[in-house]
Design a protein around this ligand. Structure first.
Ligand code: GLA
Length: 564
């Protein structure tokens, strides 16, 4: 059923417009569906008939009507699709005439220079017999390209390729009926709107310092999103700034002792600007993140806040005082801003209290990220810093602000178990609170939603909700395939919707994608040498990719199923 839906909807994406035929040319006739037959009778009586069907005549500027031969191949100019995702559907019958040999290697391909492109056809055929070519391929064209047929082993002068019933359909992503230009994100249905029946919120991460100033970003964000995550700006290193504290003051730890802590937090000013800008756009935020082994200044963990002597970690008691002070300072600052500027309501609706504390190689005994990469673990050697984080967050955060444990790789069986142990530990502490497991969802294009769903259910079994916090889909080292990405978003979104919160039942309560358009993805630094296309939009105009339609179609299919 779902497969059928995908097929119908994918077909709906391919929008055909007609090629304007020259009435004066008697060999060109127009069909009622707007497609065009081009018939040419060759000197020796063989018909060469092209039946052209494609999206936007501008996109196919040249189909050679001549007989194809090695020196004169049939070429289709694809330069209008430069930088675009393109679906090519080619079908035709072919016939090779070459008296000097029995077989010929026939290849339909694209002159893609930088990448090793899959061919549409590559076979040794028998000369003197008609054969069929039929192929659908989706690819990303990184430059000006041509589709052409070649007979690699053809004798240059004595051979000819004949083609009949030539059908070519080209569909670029986001192409609309009236224009070969892709739809842009400010002109289409908002993702948050189609998902509104299922989730409390939908959003993206945004880099306030790097990309937020782009007017088109600010224009489209409120249309598609309700809740934004700052890519970096609410992480400890950004909140502190990078210099060690200029002035210190004292804070009383839970053990009753006084400990030195920084006297002020320099970047609260920027935090306020972010909150005000989000308020202006009518957006709320997820706070990301209070406690993390990464992007936290080293001096935060060191005796006397020293930067130079990294061996001098503070004691657990001193670290706990610093941790409580930090969580208190941040949460109270936000509360103050909300009181002054937001009628005391909450602009930050959730906090990733702890990020990525589980081990990638978890065993029953050792399930936490170890001292080699985590100074938190180096100081405590156990899960106390995690439990404390949720105790302090519970103490200082409003009760209706969600407290989340966030991690990646959640569907790996051992890591899933490790995170469940972390959740157990938090739940065992009477003064701690955890409301949701944050599943980052940095997935690969071949990953299975079934494995992921199993992990979702394990978290839900703990009596908490799930938030999808950082979803993106890497193509990794493989060639990017826009339609495969679309299917991936469709399948995952459908699975998210199936596991949504329902009355009396906990579930997935919100979805955040880790970025808006492909060019801004962090994944290119993870997959050096292989460009990644992990998101719903692309290009400076925020063109809608098939993946965008995958999300929309998943939501619409669910809405239709509900309506029955
Ligand atoms: C993790 C973090 C995010 C971000 C990504 C990479 O998922 O939680 O904050 O740093 O890595 O961009």
């Amino acid at each position: 059923m779902m497969k059928r839906m995908i097929t119908i909807l994918a077909a709906a994406l391919i929008i055909l417009t007609s090629c304007s035929a020259k009435a004066s040319d008697s060999r060109i006739t127009e069909n009622s569906d707007g497609s065009v037959n081009i018939t040419r009778i060759d000197e020796d009586g063989k018909a060469i008939k092209f039946n052209q069907k494609y999206a936007g005549s501008k996109n196919v500027t040249q189909i050679s009507l001549a007989k194809a031969s090695r020196s004169n191949p049939i070429t289709v100019d694809l330069s209008a699709y430069e930088g675009k995702d393109l679906e090519i559907q080619l079908s035709c019958e072919m016939f090779v005439e070459d008296k000097s040999s029995e077989k010929t290697q026939i290849v339909w391909m694209i002159n893609e220079l930088e990448e090793n492109f899959p061919k549409l056809f590559d076979r040794k055929v028998e000369n003197g017999k008609w054969f069929s070519v039929n192929k659908r391929l989706t690819l990303h064209l990184s430059g000006k390209r041509q589709l052409y047929v070649s007979g690699g082993t053809l004798n240059k002068d004595s051979s000819t390729i004949y083609i009949r019933n030539f059908k070519l359909r080209l569909a670029g992503d986001g192409l609309t009926a009236n224009s070969p230009q892709p739809a842009v994100w400010t002109d289409v249905t908002g993702v948050k709107d189609v998902l509104t029946n299922y989730f409390d919120y939908f959003g993206f991460c945004v880099s306030y310092n790097d990309t937020f100033k782009e007017p088109l970003l600010q224009k489209g964000l409120p249309l598609h999103a309700s809740v934004i995550t700052m890519e970096n700006e609410f992480k400890p290193d950004f909140i502190f700034g990078w210099s060690k504290p200029a002035k210190l003051t004292e804070f009383r730890g839970e053990d009753g002792n006084l400990y030195e802590v920084p006297a002020d937090i320099p970047n609260f000013k920027q935090m306020d600007n972010i909150l005000s800008d989000m308020k202006k756009l009518g957006l709320k935020l997820r706070g990301h993140t209070l406690v993390w082994h990464s992007q936290t200044p080293a001096w935060f963990f060191m005796k006397n806040f020293s930067r130079n002597n990294e061996t001098q970690l503070v004691s657990p008691a001193e670290m706990s005082a610093r941790q409580e002070w930090y969580i208190k300072s941040v949460l109270e600052h936000v509360a103050e801003w909300e009181k002054k500027n937001y009628n005391g309501e909450h602009i930050i609706i959730a906090w990733d209290v702890v990020n990525e504390a589980a081990s990638d190689n978890a065993t029953d005994a050792n399930f936490l990220r170890d001292a080699g990469s985590s100074k938190w673990f180096a100081i405590y050697q156990n899960a106390d810093f995690i439990v404390n984080s949720f105790r302090y967050a519970n103490k200082y955060a409003p009760k209706d602000v969600k407290l989340v444990y966030n991690d990646y790789g959640c569907s790996s069986i051992n890591k899933n178990k490790a995170i469940c142990k972390i959740i157990d530990a938090i739940q065992a502490a009477p003064d701690a609170r955890i409301d949701a497991a944050g599943m980052q969802t940095h997935i690969g294009i071949n990953d299975s939603p079934a494995d992921f769903e199993r992990a979702v259910k394990n978290f839900l079994a703990k009596g908490i909700n799930v938030q999808i916090t950082e979803m993106d889909v890497a193509n990794g080292a493989s060639n990017y395939n826009a339609m495969k990405l679309k299917d991936c978003y469709f399948n995952y979104m459908t699975m998210f919707i199936n596991n949504r919160k329902q009355p009396g039942k906990n579930g997935i309560e919100g979805v955040t994608l880790w970025g808006v358009r492909d060019e801004w993805t962090w994944l290119n630094s993870m997959h050096k040498g292989h460009t990644q296309y992990p998101l719903l939009f692309k290009g400076k105009n925020f063109e809608c990719k098939p993946a965008y339609y995958g999300v929309i179609e998943a939501a619409k299919a669910a809405n239709q199923a509900d309506a029955k």
